[in-house]
Design a protein around this ligand. Structure first.
Ligand code: SF4
Ligand code: SF4
Length: 440
């Protein structure tokens, strides 16, 4: 190419310049998404709504949908943990644009639930079920009894979990709901340009360098994002760190467990384990236990943040024996890997996968029916270990000589064939089953 064949415009570029330069591309994106929506909606008679979080992706989806469905209902789940700016933004946008807003609120209080479940973590997101999935399911059942189509702004580039989003999906955990994701393969920059092209203003929180406009204490956000709350939202930051500190104190945890963000995992990734080791931070959460009363809280369902069905539960049980005994006995359910350092036992069984913590937390990923069975089996085994009377009936019932009683149950995993015969006539197993009837 000869010199001077093209000219470079050296003027500072404005946002309008960038939008104008990309207009044809934005039109093409819009055309494709509209066509997809029209094709599906022409075949459906169900009422249509739009899931609106106040973030950029749902705003771009709103811009798109209004061109086809001007009177569409906007469903906004107010988890109680939204940034105040987001709640204000959503309400004001709907008021000024004359949009039909349906604000969905959960019944329970998140901070009360923390007392039972402990803080949520990246791998223990009970809050998604209690504060999102639960209220949405109730709302849809009451307002769209014959089912509905929900248009969402989810995108494949957001996370690994979302990389497999399809154009049309049935939500297996919200009966009757079909979801459409017309902007699933748009990039973040395209989303922002599309919003500006449509002359809409995104949530002002993006001006504060926030990447995600979700719950302000979400454990999935970066530690740096959480830390920036300290200056941007000191009230929320103090409220949450205060509660985390109390919880850490009760569980004999170092304050660095909170300050350095270890609370954001139940099962810590190798890098975090290394840091903990280097700085002598104990990651094991010991239940303060000791109380005889058994109680259980459980959150069930597909996490809106993930793809699989899961149960997050917290079992409060007597602490008569160390967790290592529980971990050993869990091999009657599946293959167990026990980490003394983490105070955690992972179980792989034909029913699904589970992790059990010394603190009483239980996380299960499996099919719906299988997950319930796994929760029952795990809880029963924990209680059986803790309430064992030492009668040794189980030893006689096991033809493989796989179970023996020292202080409590001890199972030889190489011999055990998981037949369950050792629980016949076991008073601890019977008692556990009776107690658990209330919960599982
Ligand atoms: S009776 Fe069956 S489940 Fe119980 S320890 Fe023996 S082999 Fe394992
Ligand atoms: S039968 Fe049950 S209560 Fe008796 S020793 Fe075995 S596990 Fe313990």
């Amino acid at each position: 190419m000869a010199k001077n064949d093209f000219e470079i415009d050296c003027r500072p570029q404005t946002l309008d310049d960038i939008v104008a330069a990309n207009e044809e591309h934005l039109k093409a994106l819009e055309r494709a998404a509209k066509k997809e929506l029209k094709t599906y909606l022409s075949r459906s008679r169900l009422p249509v709504n739009l899931s609106f979080s106040g973030g950029k992706d749902s705003l771009a989806t709103l811009c798109l949908c209004r061109k086809l469905l001007p009177g569409i209902d906007l469903l906004f789940i107010n988890t109680g943990l939204e940034f105040p700016e987001t709640v204000e933004y959503v309400r004001e946008l709907c008021r000024s644009q004359k949009l039909k807003l349906k604000e969905i609120r959960g019944a329970g209080d998140f901070f009360d639930q923390v007392k039972s479940f402990g803080p949520p973590a990246k791998d223990y997101r009970w809050c998604c079920k209690t504060n999102k999935l639960g209220p949405v399911t109730t709302f849809l059942r009451e307002n769209y009894p014959k089912g509905c189509v929900t248009i969402e702004g989810r995108r494949i580039y957001e996370s690994f979990n979302r990389s497999k989003i399809m154009a049309v999906e049935r939500n297996p955990y919200v009966p009757g709901q079909t979801t459409l994701s017309p902007i699933r393969d748009w990039r973040a920059l395209e989303v922002m340009l599309y919003i500006y092209w449509n002359k809409m203003e995104p949530n002002p929180l993006y001006e504060q360098d926030l990447e995600r406009i979700g719950c302000w204490l979400c454990p999935a956000s970066l530690q740096s994002e959480f830390f920036s709350l300290k200056s941007s939202h000191p009230e929320q930051y103090d409220q949450w760190t205060g509660r985390l500190m109390n919880w850490a104190r009760k569980n004999n945890l170092d304050r660095r467990y909170v300050d350095w963000g270890f609370w954001r995992w139940k099962r810590h990734p190798p890098k975090m384990q290394e840091i903990a080791k280097e700085h002598k931070i104990d990651l094991q959460i010991c239940s303060t236990g000791g109380e005889d009363a058994v109680s259980m809280q459980a959150a069930r369902g597909r996490s809106p943040c993930g793809l699989e069905y899961s149960i997050e539960a917290n079992l409060s049980a007597p602490q008569n024996h160390p967790f290592s005994a529980v971990a050993g006995a869990l091999s009657m359910i599946g293959t167990v890997k026990y980490s003394q350092e983490l105070g955690a036992a992972t179980i792989k069984s034909e029913l699904g996968r589970a992790t059990v913590f010394a603190s009483g937390h239980i996380m299960i990923i499996a099919g719906k029916v299988e997950a319930e069975e796994l929760l029952r089996n795990i809880s029963k085994t924990i209680l059986r270990v803790q309430m064992c009377t030492g009668c040794r009936i189980c030893e006689k019932n096991c033809s493989r000589e796989a179970i023996s009683i020292e202080d409590t149950i001890s199972v030889d995993e190489k011999k055990c064939i998981r037949c369950g015969k050792c629980s016949r006539g076991c008073i601890a197993a019977d008692r556990a089953a009776k107690i658990l009837k209330r919960y599982v």
